[in-house]
Structure formats: C-alpha cells, structure tokens
Ligand binder design. Structure first.
Ligand code: LCV
Length: 258
C-alpha cells in the first residue's frame, strides 16, 4: 500500500500519485485510487483533484508494462485495472480535475483526458504510445481519445508516439488551463472553487448526460467482432512480444510487421 497521498479540505478532495519515480499505473496504485474515490464520495466532496507530487519530472509513465500479459491474452480487456479506473472516473458524481506536472505517457494520457478538466504546467507533455510499445489499444479507449482530440492531432500522437506540449493541447481545447509550475496549484484550486459555487445536483446529471451522449456510438456486432479480430492478430503477433521485450531490455523495438 502507500501509492497515493490524499487530503480533503473545504469539500475538495486531492489524490496525489506517489508510486515511485514514474508513477506506473499498476493494479496496486489503481486499487488505492478507487478506494479513495469511494471514501471521498462518502465524505460528500464537491470536486476531486488528481495530481502527482510537486516538482515531478514524470506525472505517470502509463500502464505498468510489467503487468501487461505476454501469453496471448488481450492486454486491455474490460476488467483491466486501468479500464476499471477510467470507467470509475467517467461515472464519478462530481467533477475531477487532472492537475498535471511533468510528462504523461500512454494509458495515463487516456486517464488524464477522461478527467473532466485538465490544468497543466506549461512545460508538461503528453505522449500516446501504443504504437511505440506494439499494443493494440482497445476500442473504448480509442473512443475516449476521439472524444477529446481532433482526428489529425490524435493520429499524429498515435502514429508518432511522441510527446506533445500542454501548450499545444491548450490551443486545441484539450487542456483547460496552463500555468507555471509555481502557479499550478493556485490555478487548479481557483477552478475547483468556481465549480463548488454551482449546483452539485446539476453538475452530477450534466456529467452523466455528457458521458452517455458522448459514448452513444453505434457499433454493429460485425464491426465490433472485426476490430477485435484485428486486435487479436496484433496481441498474438511477435511484434507485440518484441515491444514489451524491448521495453524491459531498455532498447528500441525492432518491429517486423508480423
Ligand atoms: C512499468 C516503468 C514504466 C512503465 N511501467 O526513467 O498506451 S499503451 O498502449 O502503450 C499502454 C499499454 C501503456 O500505457 O503502456 C505504457 C506506455 N509508457 C511508456 O511508453 C513510457 C515508458 N517509460 C519511459 O519512456 C521512461 O521511463 C520515462 C520517460 C517515463 C521516464 O524516463 P526516466 O529516464 O526518467 P526510467 O526510464 O529509468 O524509468 C525508471 C524506472 O521505471 C520503470 C523503468 O523500467 C525503470 O525501472 P528500473 O529503475 O527498474 O530500470 N518504468 C518506466 N516506465 N510504464 N515500469
């Protein structure tokens, strides 16, 4: 245990990631975040802030790569811890603000982007990395990215897997506020105070309406099955194994396209 810090002050809950140098989204960390979210709900908080420790170089390195299966199982199934946390955040009855310092990687980008608002330090970056790691990202996760990012920016981030600045994401309407690292907490708390002044009952239904409407994408069974079979070809591929092996061996992957 002990992978997060949490506080509640004036009906604002703050969850701070504290899971080593790069905050990999391990099952242990995700379980703690979910328990704390439930605790804060019982304490009737009005806003939740999700952050890392002050001054971090890395907000989160994304999914814990050491927990990705290498035995032919789908790496991002419905019950994967990260998928469970993202659904919990989307269904949480009060707004959640992601307060970002440092770099955000892979599934942590989806985690941050499924929060309701993002306040980021001006030098923070976001990198969406499935293609770098060889991972066939899941359908719902891709829908979450499409909800937030324009398609050409999303394709640039997916195909290149390179960090994009918070400034650029703010210009594209993805990041709500940019601040210096010194002003980041103030900017975040100002936003939290604004939210606290409006109706919690209305916020709750507005958030749920937006969740339901933004996920109301018709997907017929044949299309779903076809995409799942394409994903299986990837996570059954030697490239998938190579991506994870290269990460563990601290070298660039050599993908063969099979
Ligand atoms: C476990 C880690 C990780 C990690 N998990 O420090 O989006 S998808 O589909 O790809 C999804 C499946 C997903 O989210 O996959 C993860 C995607 N994440 C990444 O590609 C980022 C991988 N990490 C890095 O590029 C670097 O670690 C960053 C730039 C985050 C930090 O670099 P820095 O030089 O500061 P190290 O690389 O030395 O990492 C410190 C320790 O954390 C481990 C890493 O293996 C190292 O462990 P050791 O000290 O035992 O060698 N680590 C880093 N990322 N995602 N473990």
């Amino acid at each position: 245990m002990g992978t997060i810090l949490s506080t509640i002050a004036e009906q604002v809950g703050t969850i701070t990631l504290k899971n080593g140098k790069v905050n990999p989204l391990s099952k242990a960390l995700i379980d703690e975040i979910q328990l704390e979210l439930e605790h804060m709900k019982s304490r009737s908080v009005r806003v939740v802030v999700l952050r890392a420790e002050k001054g971090v170089k890395v907000f989160s390195a994304g999914h814990d790569v050491t927990e990705l299966p290498t035995n032919g199982r789908d790496p991002l199934t419905y019950n994967d811890p990260l998928r469970q946390l993202i659904r919990a955040i989307e269904k949480y009855p009060v707004p959640i603000i992601a307060m970002i310092e440092g770099s955000v990687w892979g599934g942590a980008c989806e985690l941050v982007m499924c929060c309701d608002l993002i306040v980021a330090a001006e030098d923070s970056t976001f990198a969406i990395t499935p293609a770098k790691l060889g991972v066939p990202y899941d359908i719902y996760g891709m829908l979450n990215f499409i909800k937030v990012l324009d398609i050409h920016l999303l394709k640039e981030m997916l195909f290149g897997a390179q960090p994009v600045t918070a400034q650029r994401l703010a210009e594209c309407g993805v990041v709500n506020r940019i601040a210096t690292r010194d002003q980041l907490e103030t900017a975040t708390m100002n936003l939290a105070q604004q939210i606290k002044r409006t109706s919690p009952l209305v916020q709750c239904i507005l958030k749920e309406e937006l969740r339901v409407l933004s996920s109301a994408s018709p997907l017929n069974p044949e299309a779903y099955e076809r995409i799942q079979s394409l994903r299986r070809e990837v996570y059954d591929s030697s490239d998938y194994q190579e991506g994870i092996r290269a990460f563990k061996e601290k070298r660039d992957p050599e993908f063969q396209g099979k």
